[in-house]
Write a protein that binds this ligand. Structure first.
Ligand code: 2BA
Length: 109
């Protein structure tokens, strides 16, 4: 058995959640915060049998979009703050950051 941990954008979380239920996957949604943007995102924990990994990856891929987001750095990359004018930079977020972990044991009571 594997545990798939997928960090996705909030905008995609409902659609992904519905698609997972429709395809017969069990999942838990956690509210999370990205370390870099410090913005809310959603983390899915999906416990599945090894042979369904390609299927779940396909569902995640099909329901999570890549988006560009503007970020204004709070401090200059280097040098003094005297002449610092915050300049927004664009970062590409998503579609999903996915980790696949081996599950040693799973009990469901
Ligand atoms: P955030 O940490 O808020 O990162 C949002 C986006 O900012 C990232 O998109 C990436 O494009 C950019 N970014 C992150 N750290 C950066 C850095 N040090 N320098 C320049 N740009 C940076 P994604 O890579 O698609 O990640 C989306 C969210 O997935 C992340 O939100 C984080 O919550 C999670 N994530 C991504 N990689 C992870 C990892 N290796 N471990 C844990 N969580 C991860």
């Amino acid at each position: 058995m594997k545990l798939v941990i997928a960090v996705v954008q909030d905008k995609d979380s409902n659609r992904l959640s519905n698609a997972l239920v429709k395809e017969g996957f069990r999942a838990t949604k956690l509210a999370s915060t990205g370390g870099f943007l410090k913005a809310g995102n959603t983390t899915f924990m999906i416990g599945i049998e090894d042979d369904r990994i390609p299927e779940v990856m396909q569902v995640i891929k099909a329901n999570c979009k890549v988006r560009d987001q503007l970020v204004t750095p709070v401090s200059p990359m280097g040098g003094s703050t005297d002449s610092y004018i915050p300049f927004p930079v664009e970062v590409q977020v998503g579609g999903a950051a996915v980790f696949v972990l081996q599950v040693e044991r799973f009990e469901h009571y």
